[in-house]
Design a protein around this ligand. Structure first.
Ligand SMILES: Cc1cc2nc3c(=O)[nH]c(=O)nc-3n(C[C@H](O)[C@H](O)[C@H](O)COP(=O)(O)OP(=O)(O)OC[C@H]3O[C@@H](n4cnc5c(N)ncnc54)[C@H](O)[C@@H]3O)c2cc1C
Length: 197
C-alpha cells in the first residue's frame, strides 16, 4: 500500500510487488498508466529517478492455493486478469511448481504481448490475450480441469462477470479467489481498495 501526493494531502493506492530482492533492497512494480487521471497514475507518469514514496507492506490476501476446496488438491490453475492485475497473475504463475498446468486469460485493449509477461520459467503457461468483449467466447472454448484453482483479479465488473462464468461451468465457489482491483466508474477509496456499492 503506497501513499501518493494528491492535492496537498496523500491518498493510498495498492500495487503488486512484481519482483523483490530483499537482500539488495529492490522491489519492482508495474503501473498501468491509464488515461483517467488518478494520484498514482499521475505520479508514475511524471516520476523521476530518485523520487521517494512511502509504502506499507507486503500485505494482501490472495496467494496460490494448494487445494480448491477442503481436501481436494488443486491440479491446475487459472488466472483471469486485466492490465492492473497481470503483475499479480504473472508473479503467482512464476511461483507455481514446475510443470503445473496453468492458463491465463489476459484481458487488455492493448493487444497480445503488450506488456512484460512471465519469465521463461513458466514457458508452459497457456496464455490467451483477449479484449474484454471476447471473454465469454474464450471461456466457452476452455477445457477446464475439474480441480482447477481460479484467481480472478482486475476491474470490478470484469471480476464479477468472470466469476459468474466460472460458476456457470460448475466450478465450486470455494475454488474461485476473486478480488476487484479498481472500478471503471469511480476512483478507489482513500485506503486504496475499490469503492463498494
Ligand atoms: C491488491 C491490489 C493490487 C494492485 N496492483 C496493481 C499493479 O500492480 N499495477 C497496477 O497498475 N494497478 C494495480 N492495482 C490497481 C490500482 O491500485 C488501481 O488501478 C488504482 O485505482 C489506481 O489509482 P489512481 O490513483 O491512478 O486512480 P484512481 O484515483 O483510483 O481513479 C481515477 C480514475 O481512473 C480510473 N482507473 C483506475 N484504475 C484504472 C485502470 N487500471 N485502468 C483504467 N482506468 C482506471 C477510475 O475508474 C477513475 O475513474 C492494484 C489494486 C489492488 C487492490
Amino acid at each position: 500500500m503506497i501513499e501518493f501526493p494528491h492535492g496537498g494531502r496523500k491518498v493510498r493506492r495498492r500495487y503488486t510487488i512484481r519482483r523483490a530482492d530483499p537482500a539488495v533492497g529492490i522491489a519492482e512494480f508495474e503501473f498501468e498508466l491509464h488515461n483517467h487521471g488518478g494520484a498514482a497514475t499521475r505520479w508514475a507518469a511524471e516520476a523521476n529517478l530518485g523520487d521517494h514514496l512511502s509504502a506499507i507492506g507486503p500485505r494482501g490476501t490472495m496467494a496460490l492455493r494448494r487445494e480448491t476446496t477442503a481436501h481436494v488438491d488443486a491440479t491446475a490453475h487459472l488466472f483471469v486478469a486485466d492490465d492492473s492485475a497481470m503483475p499479480a497473475a504473472f508473479a503467482m504463475a512464476e511461483a507455481l511448481p514446475p510443470h503445473t498446468p496453468a492458463t491465463a486469460l489476459l484481458v487488455t485493449p492493448h493487444g497480445p504481448l503488450s506488456r512484460p509477461g512471465p519469465t521463461a520459467a513458466v514457458a508452459d503457461l497457456r496464455q490467451f490475450w483477449l479484449e474484454d468483449t471476447e471473454l465469454e467466447a474464450t471461456f466457452s472454448g476452455l477445457d477446464l480441469a475439474p480441480s482447477v484453482a481460479a484467481y480472478v483479479i482486475g476491474e470490478h465488473h470484469l471480476v464479477r462477470r468472470a466469476s459468474e462464468l466460472l460458476a456457470s461451468t460448475g466450478l465450486d465457489d470455494a475454488a474461485i479467489s476473486a478480488k476487484p482491483y479498481w472500478r471503471n466508474d469511480r476512483p478507489n477509496a482513500p485506503h486504496g481498495e475499490p469503492a463498494r456499492d
